[in-house]
Ligand binder design. Structure first.
Ligand code: G3P
Length: 235
């Protein structure tokens, strides 16, 4: 499974991208509005940082407008994936853009039949909103599992399942166990994942014990040991 970040905040993207775990980024009109920046400038900047798919969403509500916006967004950077809402006009736009070779992420998916239509329209990604499904009292994990199963049974569909609306670490685990191809995760959730009290306590314990070791500069010890054997190739 691949991991994307769901944000347009450049500092957040840079920080998490440096971990080496990200292969893409998703945005939506709410996220872009929150950034307070020019849409095109910010998505171009993200594309220059993230070496992978970057979703940029159309806001037109008719197929013609979506296609026009999609064609233009796709020209901003080769990494751009055009994000389109799962409306009838969106399906129409998805088909046209996909046939032209533009990758489309069909968003706001809440039930498996919508995902089937997106797949048939040639979407590269389908974005089921698992957090918002949970909000409605349904199971977002079930939604992912059903979409994965439908796609597996239809050789004519090549759409990847991109789990979205992830609110906490359990959602990410659920997406991974359910067979999602990608999960897009907000910065705050990614930070929670790497903050485990037992990891921190264990690390502090190791450091405390190590502080009693007389020769504790690991780099100096290794450098000396390698130099003695003529094996040092620098760092
Ligand atoms: O990727 C979609 C996501 O941004 C929506 O998340 O938490 O607003 O449901 P949320």
């Amino acid at each position: 499974m691949n991991l994307f970040i769901d944000t347009a905040n450049i500092d957040e993207i840079r920080e998490i991208y440096a971990w080496g775990v990200l292969s893409g980024c998703t945005t939506n009109p709410s996220i872009i509005a929150k950034s307070g920046r020019n849409f095109i400038e910010v998505i171009h900047e993200i594309c220059e940082i993230v070496d992978g798919p970057v979703s940029a969403e159309v806001v037109a509500q008719d197929a013609e407008g979506m296609i026009r916006e999609g064609r233009l967004l796709a020209q901003v950077h080769p990494n751009i994936v055009v994000k389109v809402p799962l409306l009838p006009a969106g399906l129409q736009a998805c088909k046209v853009l996909s046939d032209e070779g533009t990758r489309v992420n069909m968003t706001l998916c809440f039930q498996p039949a919508q995902a089937l239509l997106a797949g048939l329209a040639g979407a590269t990604y389908i974005s089921p909103f698992i957090g918002r499904v949970d909000d409605l009292g349904w199971d977002g994990g079930d939604l992912i599992r059903q979409i994965v199963e439908i796609y597996a049974q239809n050789d004519n569909i090549h759409t990847q399942v991109l789990a979205a609306s992830i609110r906490h670490p359990i959602h990410l685990i659920d997406a991974a166990l359910s067979g999602a191809d990608v999960a897009t995760v907000p910065y705050s959730v990614l930070k929670k994942i790497v903050k485990h009290p037992q990891t921190d306590a264990g690390n502090a314990g190791f450091l405390k014990d190590w502080s009693a070791v007389p020769q504790r500069d690991v780099a100096a010890l290794a450098t000396a040991w390698l130099a003695e054997r003529g094996q040092s190739h620098g760092t």
